[in-house]
Design a protein around this ligand. Structure first.
Ligand code: HAM
Length: 422
């Protein structure tokens, strides 16, 4: 074969498309019931948007962006995440005049140049949700609890919701100094990435998977113990409202996130069934981001779920999902002469709302029946010379094997009745 899908990307075939449609439909139904509206932003944006919002020294900006120059020499980047584009769209389209707070959700592909492995792709898909313009801890609790509700609706049971606070820029400044002081003695033992993080943003070292770094960080001072009064009050509020909403959660003081735009609340849904890539969804509050993108001071919070990881989780938990639906009726014909008659039936039944197919590969009758089996057709209609003489067709119930002769003029009504009960 000449061409292959690019490493880290994959084709999503019909069987999986039906599973995705199922999880998207549940998300759509749930999110809209809670007041969130859909949005879709372009696949690429100005590179600067991501550099400024995610943060110049983050892994994503340093190593993972698909950046290219267009024909006029402008630097563009394939969206690595959805929050910054949604914020840009919010500002550009004055969405605060549309609804305030603005509650949005999206299903979008994302692109990150990461080392592909199970649950980690270079093109992946997120189901995300953002709220712009709400400052209180009550909305944090709503956002976290809608995430947990979604998992419940999907019948996922083996997961944990972890929450934390990483303080605001003010309280983080003095904490960062403390953390640097702590890490200084072990600097030589840190991995190269963490040595870089030491200067850029040492808190990010908590995210490091390296064993030595992990054990060094285990005893490090934690931001949650050093946040200012306002951030502490906010976090208490989040926990309070989460309890009111009935959402199960644990506080994980090590939960920091790999983006610069976060502040105060951070959270993650993790699964013990997913191995190294255990985060199925994650999010947090990003109060400074909108002003950083040139808007008025406006708070924001949201999350994104990785669709591929969600599907892996559903598989691990043996949750059965929709698959390709069977066709209602497969129309077979005996001899090319009867193709016109068969097609008339096909179009007529389709018009009545049934799902109907016919063999366009011009197989023998036996071959047509084989296809009907493969499509799991509920009924097969056979157009054959003998019945045709009596303006009739044979209808075979593929489940029971029973056959009956039906007048063509009554065919649609008969099939509608047996398939849909009228
Ligand atoms: P994130 O933690 O980078 O956050 O991504 C969210 C989720 O996307 C992850 O928990 C994971 O399930 C999935 N994901 C991330 N990278 C990959 C990958 N390479 N392959 C497969 N799945 C992946 C964000 O993107 C933030 N924008 C979330 C957010 C929204 N924060 C506030 N609002």
């Amino acid at each position: 074969m000449k061409y292959k899908a690019i490493k880290g990307t994959r084709d999503i075939l019909p069987e999986e498309m039906f599973k995705r449609r199922y999880i998207e439909n549940i998300a759509r139904e749930l999110f809209e019931r809670w007041g969130y509206l859909p949005i879709l932003t372009p696949v690429f944006e100005q590179t600067e948007l991501f550099v400024r919002s995610i943060g110049e020294t983050t892994d994503i900006v340093q190593k993972e962006m698909y950046t290219f120059l267009d024909r006029k020499g402008r630097s563009l980047t394939l969206r690595p995440e959805g929050t910054a584009p949604v914020v840009r769209a919010y500002l550009e389209n004055n969405l605060k005049d549309f609804r305030n707070p603005t509650k949005l959700y999206y299903f979008m592909p994302m692109f990150r140049y990461e080392r592909p492995q199970k649950g980690r792709l270079r093109e992946f898909h997120q189901i995300g949700l953002e709220v712009l313009g709400a400052r209180g801890p009550d909305i944090d609790a709503e956002v976290i609890s809608i995430l947990a509700t979604y998992f419940e609706m999907l019948r996922i049971s083996t997961y944990e919701v972890k929450v934390n606070t990483i303080g605001c820029r003010k309280c983080r400044a003095s904490y960062t100094k403390k953390l640097r002081r702590y890490l200084k003695d072990s600097f030589e033992k840190l991995c190269v990435d963490c040595q870089f993080r030491y200067e850029a943003n040492p808190m990010r070292a908590f995210d490091c998977k390296n064993r030595t770094c992990h054990s060094i960080l285990n005893k490090a001072p934690q931001i949650t113990d050093y946040v200012c009064d306002e951030c502490q009050r906010h976090f208490e509020g989040v926990k309070h409202f989460l309890n009111i909403s009935g959402t199960r959660f644990t506080v994980d003081k090590r939960l920091v996130r790999g983006f610069d735009y976060y502040e105060k609340t951070t959270f993650e849904v993790v699964s013990p069934l997913l191995g190294a890539q255990s985060a199925i969804g994650a999010g947090g509050r990003y109060d400074p981001l909108i002003a950083d993108c040139g808007g008025e001071e406006t708070p924001g919070i949201g999350f994104a779920i990785g669709v591929e990881r969600l599907l892996l989780q559903l598989e691990e938990e043996n949750v059965s999902l929709n698959s390709i639906p069977p066709v209602d009726v497969y129309v077979c014909y005996l001899g090319e002469d009867l193709l016109d008659k068969a097609l008339e039936i096909v179009f007529n039944l389709r018009e009545r709302g049934l799902s109907v197919d016919i063999d366009y590969a011009h197989r023998s009758l036996k071959g047509q029946f084989k296809v009907a089996d493969r499509l799991k057709a509920k009924y097969v209609v056979v157009v054959a010379p003998e019945e045709e003489k009596m303006e009739s067709v044979k209808v075979r119930d593929m489940n029971s094997g029973e056959e009956q002769i039906v007048k063509k003029e009554e065919l649609a009504k008969t099939l509608m009745e047996i398939i849909h009960g009228g």
